[in-house]
Design a protein around this ligand. Structure first.
Ligand SMILES: *Cc1c(COP(=O)(O)O)cnc(C)c1O
Length: 351
């Protein structure tokens, strides 16, 4: 089975498993797990922040950030197809009691004007007590539902500036920030610069089995540690998991370039097939979205029968994500399967 559902399906390599087994551990709740501490130090350094805290999932790092930046009743502004909105089980409402103010993005990106419009302007006829106070802006880079799109750095600076002028905190969901950095050569710390807090994942393309980190100032991370515990994220000999994340950062980060090449090759191959629409030139990292001329669920099932696992993400929309456990040869085989599933639809329907 060629599994292109997500880059989360990657399995730890034998070397990574060895690093996990050999890791010195302590009790992370007591703050004395040496491997967790080393990972937190490495991540804070990579993101140019004072501190970082290791957690089990990216949902938890995002939600702890939201809880730490807001009070119940607040409004958080972000693009409407963000992971926080679509794929975190309604956690922002359930755990932090905040309202999401969704922006309509272009491939997940928006501009300073969109933020200005969302925040509105003070007017004496418009009592400020009516509107839930906006206290946080969230940005996702790369943008998952936007097809792995990358934010230009000056656009990040611009939206963060507008938010900060209006007193909002700014949070970056950088689950795949590593992909952006490898694709553009712009270091993670530069992407992280305009943000008060940054969440990153080790369990996606980097290939670790579990784990995310949240980075920010010393005082912010101290507050985040409290909510990590509140949300049930106090994990004990977590050094075994931190060792996998460290191994991924040190040995597997640069491999993401290969995933990007494979995604481009898949997009180009798809663009040459009938009954499919794909904007091959927009593939920036390892995520590819394409439109098929029939029900996506039925299409994905046909591919699955032939040994290719994809994800339906809309009525006619399908997602494919490349990762370290699929090779260039797997991509060629995936294209043969896609071609076979798409081909029978062509001439009879056209005439
Ligand atoms: C995967 C992902 C997360 C975190 O997901 P977990 O499965 O909870 O680790 C957060 N944001 C984005 C954009 C993601 O793709």
């Amino acid at each position: 089975m060629i599994d292109l559902r997500s880059d989360t399906v990657t399995r730890p390599s034998p070397e990574m498993r060895r690093a996990m087994v050999d890791a010195p551990v302590g009790d992370d709740v007591y703050g004395d797990d040496p491997t967790v501490r080393r990972l937190e130090h490495v991540v804070a350094e990579a993101l140019g922040k004072e501190a970082a805290v290791f957690m089990p999932t990216g949902t938890m790092t995002n939600q702890v950030a939201i809880r730490a930046h807001t009070e119940p009743g607040d409004r958080i502004v972000m693009e409407g197809s963000s992971h926080v909105v679509r794929s975190e089980g309604g956690a922002a409402a359930a755990l932090s009691g905040v309202t999401v103010h969704p922006l309509s993005g272009r491939a997940g990106l928006f501009g300073a004007d969109d933020v200005r419009a969302a925040l509105g302007s003070a007017h004496p006829f418009n009592p400020s007590t009516l509107t839930p106070p906006a206290t946080l802006l969230c940005v996702e880079n790369t943008h998952n539902a936007g097809g792995g799109s990358i934010w230009p750095v000056d656009e990040l600076d611009a939206v963060a500036d507008v938010a900060r002028e209006r007193g909002l905190a700014v949070h970056l969901d950088g689950a795949r920030l590593w992909n952006a950095a490898v694709a553009t050569g712009i270091p993670e710390r530069r992407y992280a610069e305009p943000f008060d807090s940054v969440s990153v994942c080790f369990s996606k393309g980097l290939g670790a089995p579990v784990g995310s980190a949240l980075a920010g100032s010393l005082t912010f991370i101290a507050r985040a540690r409290r909510f990590k515990q509140v949300f049930g994220g106090g994990f004990r000999q977590a050094g075994m998991l931190a060792a996998a994340a460290l191994f991924a950062l040190e040995h597997q980060r640069d491999d993401l370039a290969r995933d990007h090449e494979n995604a481009r090759r898949l997009a180009e191959g798809l663009a040459g097939l009938d009954n499919v629409r794909v904007a091959a030139h927009t593939v920036a990292t390892n995520i590819l979205r394409f439109e098929v001329g029939l029900d996506a669920a039925a299409f994905v099932e046909s591919c699955h029968h032939r040994g290719l696992h994809l994800l339906p993400v809309g009525p006619g929309m399908v997602r494919a994500v490349t990762h370290r456990d699929v090779s260039a040869e797997d991509i060629e085989e995936a294209l043969r399967i896609l071609s076979a599933v798409l081909a029978p639809l062509a001439p009879s329907e056209a005439t």
